[in-house]
Ligand binder design. Sequence first.
Ligand code: HEC
Ligand code: HEC
Ligand code: HEC
Length: 354
Amino acid sequence: MTAIPRPPPAARQRAIACVLLAVTLATLTPGMSTAAQKCPATVVHGQRFHDNGDGTVTDPVTGLVWMRCNVGQSWIGDRCTDPKAWFVMYSWKEAVKLPEKITFAGRNDWRVPSIDELASIVDSRCIDPSIDLLAFPTTPSWYYWSSTPFGDNPEYAWRIDFRTGKENSDLKSSVSYNIRLVRGTFTESTVASESSTPVGQGAKAEGLAADGIHDPETAGLEVLQTPEEGLTGFPRTATGSINWVQALEIGVIDPRPSLSGDGEMTVMDLDIILADTRSMPRVRFPHKAHTQWLTCSNCHPQIFVPKLGANPISMDANLLGNYCGRCHGRVAFSLFECDRCHSVPLGQLPSDQR
Ligand code: HEC
Ligand code: HEC
Ligand code: HEC
C-alpha cells in the first residue's frame, strides 16, 4: 500500500460544480442516530392508534389502517421481526408495484400511502424517529416513500424523513427507501394538516421552490436549471443514478476547491482493502475518489480513526448512517450499489490482509 500524492484537478471552474460542492459540504450532517427517540416529556404514545392484534393498527383520526412493520419485516407474536431487515428497501418504481403481491392480515387492498396519508402518522413533536413507536415499532430514522409524484417533475416523488418528520422529494428511480403500506379511505379533513403538498403547477421555478431544498424566496430560482436540465449527458451507474466519480474523470464537472474558488484539493491516492465482508467481495476504499471532493478532516478523526482496521465498520452500522453511511445513501452513491464498494473478489488477496 503506497501513498502517491496526485496533483489536484485543473482549475476550470463551472457553476454546477460549485453548487455540487456546496451541496455536498452543506449536507454532511451527522449520520442517522441510533440513540433513543427524543420527545418532550408531555408526549404520551400508545393512545391514538387502535391495535387490531394482527400487525395492523387503525387510526381513528383518519380512518386508515396501517401495517405496523415495514415491508420486508414480518409480524410475529407481538413484534416486527428482523429489525435489521435493512436490505428491504425499494426505489419508488419498485414500491408502487409491491402491493400487487402482498396479502396481509387477510387483505389484499394495501397500497403505498400518499404524502398526506404518510404525513398523518408523523409525530412532529418527536425526532429519531418522528412517530409513535408503540404503534409502529422498529421504525428507523430513515426515509419512507409516498406514492405521490412530485408536481410537474415526473422523475421525482415525495418522501418523508422519519428522523425529523420533514417532507421533500427525491429521484424515483435511483434511491431506495423503506415502505409502510396502508389501506382504507383517508378522511383528510379531520387531520390537523400542516402537510400541504405543493403541487408545482406551471413554472419550473415553482417546482424548485417546492422541493424542500431551494429557498422559495430567492429571485435566483428563475435562472436555475432543473436537475434534469443540469444533469443531461452525465454518466450514470447501473441503477440510473449519476456516476460522480466518472463525471469528474471525464471532466463534465470541475469542482471548486472552495466557495470562492481559491485553494487546492489535496488528492491522496491510497486504496484501503476492508476484508471483513463474509461471503461478499472485499471492499476497496479509494482515498483518491474521496479526496477529490473531501478534505481529510471530513473523515479523520471523527468518522474514521486513520489507522488500518481501527474502525468497527459493518454493514449494519453503515445502514444506520454511521461510517460509510454518513455519506453513502445521503450525499454519495447509495448503499444499495453493493458492487461499487464490494469490488475486490474474494481470493484475490491473502486472507490476513485487511
Ligand atoms: C471519505 C473518508 C476519508 C477521507 C476524506 C480520508 N480518509 Fe483516510 N481513511 C479512511 C478510511 C475508511 C480508512 C481505513 C480505516 C480502517 O481501516 O478502519 C482510512 C485510513 C487512513 C490512513 C491509515 C492507513 C494505514 O495504512 O494505516 C491514513 C494515514 C489516512 N487514512 C490518511 C488520510 C489523509 C492524509 C487524508 C486526506 C488527504 C484522508 N485520509 C482522507 C477514510 C477517509
Ligand atoms: C459505501 C460502500 C459499501 C456499499 C455500497 C456496500 N457495502 Fe457492504 N460493507 C462495506 C464495508 C466498509 C464493510 C465492512 C468491511 C470491514 O469492516 O472489513 C461492509 C461489510 C459487509 C458485509 C459483512 C458483514 C457486515 O454486516 O459487516 C456484508 C455481508 C455486506 N457488506 C454486504 C453488502 C451488500 C449486500 C451490499 C448492497 C446491498 C453492500 N454491502 C453495500 C461497504 C459497503
Ligand atoms: C464524508 C463522506 C463519505 C464517506 C464517509 C465515505 N464516502 Fe465514499 N464517496 C463519497 C463521495 C462524495 C464520493 C464520490 C461521489 C459519488 O460517487 O457519489 C465517494 C465515492 C466512493 C467510491 C468510488 C466509487 C467509484 O465508482 O469509483 C467508493 C468505492 C466509495 N466511495 C466507498 C466508500 C467506503 C467503502 C466508505 C466507508 C469505508 C466510504 N466510501 C465512506 C463520500 C464518502
